[in-house]
Design a protein around this ligand. Structure first.
Ligand code: ZN
Length: 310
């Protein structure tokens, strides 16, 4: 299996942790540029009350525009049934729901305990089952703080898989693991994703890794070893988690694509066009720090895309 799906989360995970809002038109342009670079899946918005997150007040508009882009899978995050209904009404192809493995993070992030968050997911799965078969979106969950939590500290591994199995039983299509606060190390990542594949089979989802402590790409390689084929990343590395102090640092899409293509994994993404999308992002949010080694250093002369290897 040489094909890897890079799922871009910048327009949601990234923008929601930046205090000022990107204008809706600029979001449309940026998302189109990301798709033009070859990204086939983009998480574009979060359906939360505008009072709590004014940056996401235009979520429905952003989804309605993004679904017009041919071949793009449009994801939206929703913390509960109400948000999920709005996301589905706007036409999102997939709804992603946050469930934390840490009780403390769950209460801080979605104001619900873990079991309550799991039952919200159950309600969304029931709602979906009641829709006409051609209008049923995908439902996925990334289990947050699966590798440790700034609020709670240690997170019990068995508990993570208990939650994952409960979600699978409710009918969630894929269940991934998220290192929300950048606590994971490669040995742990390999062990946990190997177990996820064993326990969930084809419902085992992707990796949402952070680079908070510089372990992001090492953790990607460990997850590849465990057979993971979907990775979340954010252009320019924008975003983190508001309830994880100091946890800036999603994986940088540009660096991730470079790593994967260099190793011979096909992503379908064109790095030059990705840098065009990065320029648009920089232009829309002047002064906002963007991260990434590849954008600073440029491509090495010896670089070949996976599909163009000698
Ligand atoms: Zn993240």
């Amino acid at each position: 299996m040489n094909r890897i799906l890079v799922s871009e989360v910048g327009p949601r995970d990234g923008l929601q942790s930046i205090a000022r809002a990107m204008p809706t038109e600029a979001k449309h342009r940026w998302i189109r540029a990301l798709a033009q670079a070859g990204l086939r899946e983009i998480e574009v918005a979060s359906f939360v009350p505008a009072k709590l997150m004014p940056q996401m007040a235009d979520a429905a508009d952003v989804v309605r525009e993004a679904v017009k882009i041919p071949g793009l899978t449009v994801l939206a995050l929703a913390p509960n049934l109400r948000g999920a209904r709005d996301a589905i009404a706007a036409g999102a192809h997939k709804v992603t729901l946050p469930v934390s493995a840490s009780e403390a993070h769950s209460r801080a992030n979605v104001r619900m305990g873990v079991d309550e968050a799991v039952s919200q997911v159950g309600l969304v799965c029931e709602f979906r089952a009641g829709l006409p078969s051609d209008r049923r979106p995908g439902v996925e969950v990334g289990i947050s703080t699966a590798f440790g939590c700034t609020l709670q500290g240690e997170v019990d591994e068995d508990r993570v898989f208990e939650i994952a199995l409960a979600l699978a039983k409710l009918g969630v299509d894929t269940i991934g693991l998220s290192d929300t606060v950048g606590y994971a190390n490669p040995a742990q990542v390999k062990r946990m994703f190997a177990r996820l594949a064993r326990e969930l089979g084809d419902r085992a989802g992707g990796a949402h890794l952070h680079n908070t402590r510089g372990q992001g790409l090492a953790n990607v390689v460990a997850a590849l070893d465990a057979g993971v084929t979907t990775f979340d990343a954010s252009l320019g590395g924008i975003g983190g988690c508001p309830h994880a102090p100091g946890a800036s640092g999603n994986l940088v899409t540009e660096d991730l694509v470079f790593l994967l293509e260099s190793m011979g994994f096909e992503t379908g993404i064109d790095l030059d066009r990705l840098l065009v999308a990065r320029a648009l992002l920089a232009e829309s949010l002047p002064g906002e720090p963007l991260y990434g080694h590849l954008p600073d250093a440029g491509l090495p002369k010896t670089f070949h895309r996976a599909t163009e290897r000698p």
